[in-house]
Design a protein around this ligand. Structure first.
Ligand SMILES: Cc1cc2nc3c(=O)[nH]c(=O)nc-3n(C[C@H](O)[C@H](O)[C@H](O)COP(=O)(O)O)c2cc1C
Length: 212
């Protein structure tokens, strides 16, 4: 049987200081421990060469949506889009380390999603069936770090567009098994509260790796 491939998408530019990355690192280490021949591929979105989703990319996208092939001018950018999607869809399982920025996700993750969510590649549409996700049967874990608290009873639930958006985007392209770990508050209640939140998240990460 082929080795399982885990794609680890880091969406914080803060390296070892990032809470979401530290907790996701712990999850990935625990997963690797249990999947000795598993392959972990890391994608640091603030370092990676993710193509811009600009005029030519949008024009290529619309050409594809109309069932036309992209023009010669659009083809170079579309090739990069397809390659980025190929790397994404070739994984068997996914881990995202995601900071909350202005109640949502960092712009590099939004750019990445704009690149990989494409008709005919990660979702399909037909008048009879409507929209259908094409990335199916694969688990995803998102580790969400937030400076404040957004969980049940916080009074801030409605401001959590970070989890809501990522889950909607992944659900749209076919994911049904989306797990999560929250690390919060990393700022609002001081360093002791942040430390305790991270320790609890680390324990959850080690546990969750057993069934991923
Ligand atoms: C640009 C920016 C915007 C942020 N916006 C929010 C926010 O809307 N709500 C919040 O609770 N924390 C916010 N924070 C704090 C981060 O969510 C917090 O530092 C978190 O730990 C970041 O994740 P990381 O440690 O994995 O980088 C923001 C931080 C930055 C840098």
């Amino acid at each position: 049987m082929a080795s399982r491939r885990l794609l680890y998408v880091k969406c914080s530019p803060r390296g070892a200081r990032s809470h979401s990355v530290r907790v996701a690192d712990a999850f990935v280490a625990a997963w690797k421990n249990r999947n000795r021949d598993g392959i972990v591929e890391s994608l640091d979105l603030f370092e990676a060469d993710i193509p811009p989703f600009d005029g030519p990319a949008v024009s290529a996208k619309f050409a594809v949506m109309r069932g036309e092939s992209p023009s010669a001018a659009d083809r170079a950018i579309w090739g990069k889009v397809i390659e980025t999607i190929r790397v994404f869809t070739s994984a068997d399982a996914y881990v995202f380390a995601v900071p909350m920025w202005n109640f949502g996700i960092p712009y590099r993750l939004k750019q990445y999603l704009d690149v990989i969510i494409q008709p005919g590649l990660t979702f399909s549409f037909s008048p009879s069936e409507g929209y259908k996700g094409l990335v199916t049967g694969k688990p995803a874990l998102a580790v969400y770090a937030r400076g404040g608290s957004y969980g049940p009873g916080s009074g801030m639930e409605a401001y959590d567009f970070q989890r809501k958006y990522l889950e909607a985007a992944l659900g749209f392209i076919g994911f049904t098994d989306i797990r999560s770990i929250e690390v919060e508050p990393t700022l609002a209640e001081g360093p002791e509260a942040a430390k305790a939140a991270e320790a609890a998240a680390m324990a959850k990460a080690a546990q969750m790796a057993a069934t991923f």
